[in-house]
Design a protein around this ligand. Structure first.
Ligand SMILES: [Zn+2]
Ligand SMILES: [Zn+2]
Length: 368
């Protein structure tokens, strides 16, 4: 069938809206999804900028939400017409998947960054018949239709607007999952979040939902800090002119907070974030690092602190995404406040607005 897709034609280039031929002869476990809307995430741009290797030309997009159009012969999890959120692909068979940690699936790179099916076949072709890489995070959802598999779809309720739900599958579960699944704060505890883009703001909302009573947002953009306050931050720090750890340990929370999350990937910020923790405090980092080498002051660990890298919020999406939707329905996870909609054809505008910070979470509506 013919689909419309925003194709990345080459690295460092803008996206190009193109017609693509998609071979829709489904494998047994495959599902054809009519995409309604897809979030734009920083990782899409990491491919464009060659920070993560991926075959190009490619259809990117990995925060898709849509409606099941057709299912393969062995699919039982979803049926035609179901509303679904697409999540990173996982094999379901390795020890990480089996033990409830599909974000660390040992087949993650093959399934999410391989550009083809596991067997090497490619169902996406341009008008000359040349292969276009797909299956980006198991979905390549910058397109009107996506070929996914049963394993990377989460069925969602139909009484919430489907077009806002895609970002739950990556950036929003990354921030909120790191709080709720990994750090697991107790009611009454304190947390600092450095970098309050979509991932950091999701962490702020989750910390509030978990009952944290001191929630400190750190950023250099005042507009983001203002939104962080609206969404649950009790304190804000503009790190352009303040040393984060000094401000927290000396003024906001004497002795330091229990938890920290960094979404910036910056060495200086991570050092200050860890320096803001109390003895035995726990910190998580989630950014795709702009700096390849992480250097931390040895002294800050000598009080029993720990630092962990967390991928995709270490969630089991089938369990976690419905939980986030329940929180949203009750007003406890108002992530729709982050979203600005664009038409797919305006994807390059969405990229520009996201990069200059005027848009927090761009969501692309598909032309159907
Ligand atoms: Zn696995
Ligand atoms: Zn992402």
């Amino acid at each position: 069938m013919k689909i419309k897709a925003a194709v990345l034609p080459a690295t460092q280039q803008p996206f190009l809206l193109t017609e693509i031929n998609l071979d829709t002869e489904l494998r047994a476990d495959e599902v054809l999804v009519k995409i309604v809307a897809t979030g734009l995430c920083h990782t899409d741009l990491s491919i464009r900028d060659e920070q993560i290797p991926f075959e190009i030309p490619a259809i990117l997009g990995h925060e898709g939400a849509g409606i099941v159009e057709r299912i393969g012969s062995s699919v039982t999890k979803v049926k035609e017409g179901d509303h679904v959120v697409l999540v990173p692909a996982s094999c379901g068979k390795c020890s990480y998947c089996k033990s409830g940690h599909p974000s660390y699936c040992s087949n993650f790179f093959l399934l999410n960054l391989g550009g083809t099916r596991g067997d090497g076949s490619c169902p996406y072709h341009d008008h000359e018949g040349k292969n276009v890489a797909g299956f980006f995070f198991g979905q390549s959802s910058f397109a009107t239709y996506s070929l996914a598999s049963e394993n990377n779809l989460v069925k969602v309720p139909t009484d919430v607007p489907l077009e806002i739900l895609g970002p739950l599958g990556c950036s929003l579960q990354t921030g909120s999952g790191t709080v709720l699944n990994v750090l697991r704060p107790q009611a009454g505890e304190g947390i600092v979040v450095s970098g309050v883009g979509p991932v950091g703001l999701a962490a702020i909302m989750a910390a509030k939902a978990a009952g944290c009573t001191t929630i400190i947002a750190v950023d250099v953009h005042e507009n983001r800090l203002t939104l962080a306050k609206e969404l649950g931050a009790t304190h804000t720090i503009n790190s352009r002119n303040t040393v984060i750890s000094d401000e927290i340990v000396n003024n906001i929370y004497p002795g330091g907070v229990h938890y920290g999350i960094d979404t910036t990937g910056r060495n200086d910020v991570i050092n200050q974030m860890v320096g803001s923790l109390r003895y035995m405090g726990k910190a998580a980092i989630v950014a795709i690092a702009p700096t390849p080498k992480l250097e931390i002051d040895y002294a800050v660990f000598m009080t029993g602190k720990s630092l962990q890298y967390v991928l995709e919020g270490d969630s089991v999406p089938d369990i976690f995404i419905p939980q986030l939707i329940e929180l949203y329905k009750r007003g406890l996870f108002p992530f729709d406040k982050l979203i600005k909609f664009y038409n797919l054809e305006d994807i390059n505008q969405a990229v520009e607005d996201s990069e200059n910070g005027t848009t927090l979470k761009a969501v692309l509506r598909m032309p159907h």
